[in-house]
Design a binder for this molecule. Structure first.
Ligand code: SF4
Length: 324
C-alpha cells in the first residue's frame, strides 16, 4: 500500500503568556516531533490518555492549527505551509468526525442543511435534485432514513447523531478521515455498530482513517496499526497484532494491562500495572524520557537523554532506553 499521509517530525507548540504585562512566555508542547504514515485504505489507531496530544495531532494534520514545524505530506503533496485558499481542494479530500456528535451538529440546522453544507461548499451536486438525492443516499448509507433529512439534531439519539456526523464527512467522498474519539461518547452497545459501519465504508470506498481513542480496547478491532502517544510524543508504533501481543514500551504495557478480559478466570489471574502519579504538565515536561516519572524501569540515562523511536523489527518501533 502506498502512503496517503506522511507526517514528519510534526510539532505544535502553544504559547502561554503570564506575569505582569504578560512578558513571561512558556510553550505547551502539545505535539512534539511526531512522525508516522497512513497508507491508502489503512486505519492507524492513535491512543493515549487525555491531554497526550492525539487530538491536536489530528487537527494540525487538517491544518485547523498551523504546525510549529515539521512536514505534512498528503497524496505526495507537501501541504504544511498551504494557505486556506490552497487547502480548499484538500478540505474535500480530508474530513473529520468529532467526538461529541451533539456539539458538532448545529442545532438550528436541519440534517439536510448540515450534510448539504459540505456538498454546497465543494460544489459536488449538479442540481437541487442531485443534492437531495445525495443526502438521501448518504443517510441510507449510514443506516438512517431519507425522511430524517428534514429533522433537527435534537430529535436523534447519540448513536444516530454520530451517524449524521459520519454522513456529513462522507458527503464529499473524502480519501482520508480523522475520527477523533468518534465512539467515546456512545453507549457500549452502539460503539460496535459505529465501528462496523466505518469498516464497511472503508471496504467500499478505500478511505484511510486516523482513528483517535483514549483506550487501546477501542481501536483494536478497527486498526491495522497502532500508535501510542504520551505527553505529545509517539512512544510506540507498530502492526496491531505486534503491539497487542508483544507491547514493548512500559507505557503501552500499562495501558494494555488495564483492558478487562471477558473471561472471569483470566481476568482474576491477570496482573495489572498501575501507573503511579498523574501525567506531568506539558508546560514543564520531565527531562530525558517524558514517561520517566511514572516508569518502574527508570535508569540514569532516562533522566538525561530523550529516547527516540527505533525499529525493533519490521513495522514495530519503540522510544525507550531499555532497547538502546
Ligand atoms: Fe522507562 Fe527509561 Fe524506557 Fe522511559 S526510557 S520508558 S523511563 S525505561
Amino acid at each position: 500500500m502506498s502512503n496517503l499521509l506522511e507526517v514528519q517530525d510534526l510539532k505544535k507548540y502553544f504559547t502561554k503568556t503570564s506575569g505582569l504585562l504578560k512578558k513571561t512566555e512558556q510553550h505547551v508542547k502539545a505535539v512534539d516531533n511526531v512522525s508516522f504514515t497512513v497508507a491508502h485504505g489503512e486505519t492507524l489507531g492513535l491512543v493515549g490518555e487525555s491531554g497526550c496530544g492525539k487530538s491536536t495531532t489530528g487537527r494540525t494534520i487538517l491544518k485547523l492549527y498551523q504546525p510549529t514545524s515539521g512536514k505534512i505530506v498528503f497524496d505526495g503533496v507537501d501541504i504544511t505551509n498551504f494557505t486556506e485558499k490552497q487547502m480548499l481542494p484538500y478540505r474535500k479530500k480530508m474530513q473529520m468526525i468529532f467526538q461529541d456528535p451533539y456539539a458538532s451538529l448545529n442545532g438550528r440546522m436541519t440534517i439536510s442543511d448540515i450534510i448539504g453544507e459540505a456538498i454546497d461548499t465543494h460544489k459536488v451536486a449538479t442540481s437541487a435534485k442531485d443534492r437531495d438525492d445525495m443526502i438521501a443516499n448518504l443517510l441510507e448509507r449510514v443506516g438512517l432514513m431519507k425522511d430524517h433529512a428534514s429533522r433537527y439534531p435534537h430529535e436523534f439519539s447519540g448513536g444516530q447523531r454520530q451517524r449524521i456526523g459520519i454522513a456529513r464527512a462522507l458527503a464529499v467522498n473524502p480519501e482520508f478521515i480523522i475520527c477523533d474519539e468518534p465512539i467515546s461518547a456512545l453507549d457500549v452497545s452502539i460503539q460496535a455498530q459505529v465501528v462496523n459501519m466505518l469498516e464497511e465504508i472503508q471496504r467500499k470506498t478505500g478511505v484511510g482513517y486516523l482513528f483517535i481513542a483514549h483506550d487501546l480496547s477501542m481501536v483494536k478491532h478497527i486498526s491495522n496499526r497502532i500508535g501510542v502517544m504520551y505527553l505529545g510524543q509517539l512512544v510506540e508504533i507498530g502492526d496491531r497484532d505486534k503491539v497487542y501481543s508483544n507491547p514493548e514500551h512500559p507505557y503501552t504495557k500499562a495501558l494494555l494491562s488495564a483492558i478487562p478480559i471477558p473471561d472471569p478466570q483470566s481476568e482474576k489471574s491477570k496482573s495489572r500495572i498501575v501507573l503511579q502519579g498523574d501525567v506531568p504538565s506539558p508546560l514543564n515536561p520531565p527531562s530525558g524520557c517524558h514517561f520517566r516519572t511514572r516508569c518502574q524501569y527508570c535508569m540514569k540515562i532516562c533522566k538525561e537523554v530523550e529516547p527516540v523511536l527505533q525499529t525493533l523489527e519490521d513495522n514495530h518501533q519503540v522510544a525507550c532506553h531499555l532497547f538502546s
